[in-house]
Design a protein around this ligand. Structure first.
Ligand code: AMP
Ligand code: GLY
Length: 417
């Protein structure tokens, strides 16, 4: 079977590697892919958001399945376009991807269906938003409504900070159209856990829990990034909490989407906060998380191609998905300067010396036979071991063998609760 994967980061590398282990899959294309993905898939020079180009490629090459991984093509309706062209596509349609693409949609859905989340209000006018902030007081959270590369959220310690965030988003256009509307939320506390689930419209099967590290520096200092590392499982996500989340959050969300006429098919990502008042939803993503996927799929013992087909055919209830009992730790190595401006084209050395980890490539490319950096997050060095402590030690032992000019990484992935 032939599979086309859309995307070109560490997450897509992990998806391609997992698919390549399926005895049924004999060819993988990845658009656009990257320097590491090129070792398991044929990289196609198409942007992940190029719906017309992807549909034309699929019509010409007839993949048996197309997997759309990133948020923007999902929000733009790539799955709908592929289905209209007669393809089997994995991922939510546009009307379901909105659960990530619009935070106000997600909040209104949770309110309507009594799914626990932070209290909130939605504004399109900065004067009203500012009055609300003054009435509520700080700390308080301001979120741009649309997709903003994980950077549209301000957890404000003071009213002034929250007001500045509102002005930037609504009046300053800091997030373009994504910030013309803002959601203002109650500040919650507690450990954060990410739970990803395969969903076929009605049945949901969760993957092992994970946690990512969004801030750029150790001890959660510095600006937010796309994610500097992840580990799985979370220490806080007990069986009891999992059962509670299943009844109060996971099943109600899938049922709510079906009732709204927006059945969700694909991977639904629940960003949760385990508050003193029970687990609450911080965010939904309509896709695999990055870098959580690198940690979580490293623990998959079943055939990912079979799982994708079961989702497409709405037969998830008929398959058994097996995960290893191990733990996984993924440490991201980033370009100097990231998440601000950074240079590209730095030669990457030392990958041959890596022993105990798998290195997922996020921003790399091959240039005249050399592997060089081509993005902010460059590599996700991922180790699997019987315990999380062992996985952390193994991953860092390998990180230290890899070099490129300006490389930086957090030294506390998996350590912080
Ligand atoms: P998001 O992009 O919605 O996941 O938000 C980014 C980060 O902001 C989250 O991982 C949390 O650490 C923090 N955050 C978001 N919403 C809240 C909230 N209501 N209370 C406290 N922290 C929050
Ligand atoms: N790591 C969080 C995300 O993929 O949105």
């Amino acid at each position: 079977m032939k599979v086309l994967v859309i995307g070109g980061g560490g997450r897509e590398h992990a998806i391609c590697v997992a698919l390549s282990k399926s005895p049924k899959v004999d060819h993988i294309w990845c658009a656009p892919g990257n320097g590491g993905i090129a070792s398991v898939a044929e990289c196609i020079d198409l942007k992940a958001t190029d719906i017309e180009g992807v549909v034309a490629f699929a019509k010409a090459n007839k993949p048996d399945l197309v997997m759309v991984a990133p948020d923007d093509p999902l929000a733009l309706g790539m799955v709908d376009a592929l289905e209209e062209a007669g393809m089997r596509a994995f991922g939510p349609r546009k009307n379901a991807a909105v659960i990530e693409g619009s935070k106000s949609f997600a909040k209104d859905l949770m309110q309507k269906y009594h799914i626990p989340t932070a209290g909130y209000a939605v504004f399109e006018n900065s004067a009203d938003a500012i009055a609300y902030i003054k009435a509520q007081g700080a700390p308080i959270v301001v979120k741009a409504d649309g997709l903003a590369l994980g950077k549209g959220v301000t957890v404000a310690e003071t009213e002034e900070e929250a007001i500045d965030a509102v002005k930037d988003a609504i009046d300053g256009g800091a997030f373009g159209g994504a910030g013309a509307r803002v959601v203002i939320e109650e500040f919650l506390t507690g450990p954060e856990v990410s739970v990803l689930a395969f969903v076929d419209g009605k049945t949901l099967k969760t993957m092992p829990s994970a946690q990512d590290h969004k801030r750029v520096y150790d001890h959660d200092k510095g600006p937010n990034t796309g994610g500097m590392g992840a580990f799985s499982p979370s220490r806080f996500y007990t069986e009891e909490i999992a059962a509670q989340c299943m009844e109060t959050i996971f099943k109600p969300t899938v049922e709510a989407m079906a009732k709204e006429g927006r059945p969700f098919k694909g991977v639904l990502y629940f960003g949760l906060m385990l508050t003193p008042k029970g687990p609450k939803v911080i965010e939904y993503n309509a896709r695999f998380g990055d870098p959580e996927t690198q940690a979580v799929l490293s623990r998959l013992d079943s055939d990912l191609y079979d799982i994708f087909n079961a989702v497409i055919d709405e037969k998830l209830d008929e398959i058994d998905i097996k995960w290893s009992d191990s733990a996984a730790c993924c440490v991201c190595m980033a370009s100097g300067g990231y998440p601000k401006a950074y240079e590209k084209g730095k030669k990457i050395d030392g990958l041959d010396a890596v022993r105990d980890s798998f290195v997922y490539h996020a921003g790399t490319k091959l240039q005249n036979g050399d592997l060089v950096t081509s993005g902010g997050r460059v590599l996700g060095v991922t180790a699997v071991a019987p315990t999380l402590d062992e996985a952390i030690v193994k991953a860092y032992a390998d990180v230290k063998k890899i070099h490129f000019d300006g490389a930086h990484y957090r030294t506390d992935i998996g350590v912080k609760p």
